[in-house]
Design a protein around this ligand. Sequence first.
Ligand code: FAD
Length: 542
Amino acid sequence: MLRLTNVQLPLDHPEADLSAAILARLQIPAEDLLGYTVFRRGYDARKRSAINLVYTIDASVRDEALVLARVQGIPNIAISPDTSYKFVTNAPAQLPLRPVVIGFGPCGIFAALILAQMGFRPIILERGKVVRERTKDTWGLWRKRELHPESNVQFGEGGAGTFSDGKLHSQIKDPKHYSRKVLTEFVKAHAPEEILFVSKPHIGTFRLVKMVEAMRETITSLGGEFRFETKVTDFDIDHGKMRGVVLESGERIAADHVVLAVGHSARDTFQMLYDRGVYVEAKPFSIGFRAEHPQSLIDRARFGKFAGHPLLGAADYKLVHHAKNGRSVYSFCMCPGGTVVAATSEPERVVTNGMSQYSRNERNANSGIVVGITPDDYPTDRGPGHPLAGIDFQRELESRAYVLGGRNYDAPGQLVGDFIAGIPSSALGSVQPSYKPGVHLTDLSPSLPDYAIEAIREALPAFDRQIKGYAMRDAVLTGVETRTSSPVRVRRQENFQSMNTVGLFPAGEGAGYAGGILSAAVDGIKVAEAVALSIAGNTDVR
Ligand code: FAD
């Protein structure tokens, strides 16, 4: 099989042009092309008047060696890599202790799935409820202002990405093609097949719920065991070695291989790790607001006359501005045609984030507009450089947002025009914000530190130069966006085990090793392999 990259054709090209382009690139007659598949389809919209589709093709040809010799030196042709997944080992016939996976978000799902597929029969402990019940609780905050601290957008089966846009692209280096394994497993669990070949795949909330259930069933059928509404509240660590996990009920489960895939919002668990002496350090993250614009404005700015084309879908964007005060402002977790969601997991706090359905056909585009911060910015109440100071900072900002929003889980909001001019907003314009339960118009400047407000105020007009209309007066900002990534890193060694706790495998976004669904899932695979090799190394492999 030969891989052809960067095959460019106009957006509305006839189907036959693709095979013609393949034949031309390979310099072969039609009868020598035995077949082809589209490995990836993206688009190049840099020139709005002439948007091109960009294909990566796997072509099967007669006499591959001959063709390859003939096209040697021509760029963008090579032998297709083998992207199939290969298990690193199998479980021993006698498994001394079953591995434990804490958390069933994307990282825990893939750690558990890979371990189960290798025969390790993992035990999965998840503090939240099964996804159907969790969905009801999550809507409880959005519709009735009722927060369930253990069952919400952050906690429960499926993890933080369940009520999301389900974007599946990532910038991670992936020489072993683990992302292919993730996408293939998602398709087996009823994700749309196109995620295997479109360049920026997304799934949307409703389908994610069904996929999570399907993956749970697969893991169960392979011998995995699930315990929901089961929070791990303590570790049994003996002389630096993991011996077991302790549940909120007081029950102890013996375990010497524990995957810690708890996500970035498990603040009580991070405190427990710190108290138990597990090596934890503060790490940078970002803070800001969610911005909402009409999706039609973004579509026109990005796609011009091709706005609304079915192969392009709702347009996304990626923006960065380096402010004069040294801060970087950037768009984060952009959701085309989606809604802004209430994403707190703690009472009397307000956090924004974004989600969408597969169709991405809601009226507004939303995105985090956030400013990068570092541990130097965190409060020093617990002493300078405290590992958990980032959590204190998040809590402080989320509490301020709760008060500014009117103390009823409404998000504080302001029109972009008023925010730039530095005046409070009192009435909405043409853009209706989508955040539920509601938005309380105010002045957002007290919600974040001055340096962040200054940087965002400077960035919005700069973004308008890239997307005409971005700084439109009526666009709406809601706050605060604080759960952008983990405020801590549970540092691990090259063998994926904690710096000072043998048998503890920190993983995924909460441990500071991933950011997003795909990278968390890929990290879950890597950690599962490390766990499997560690167990198999000490025992006879089946
Ligand atoms: P999580 O998904 O956070 O899972 C951790 C799990 O551990 C949770 O289910 C939690 O209940 C459980 N847990 C925590 N503590 C304990 C404990 N002590 N005992 C037992 N269980 C515990 N990313 C994208 O790539 N694309 C998107 O479109 C996208 N949209 C998002 C939209 C929203 C609203 C949110 C909140 C996030 C979004 N993200 C998106 C980010 C993405 O969800 C995360 O990066 C990803 O879920 C991290 O995976 P994880 O498995 O590491 O952690």
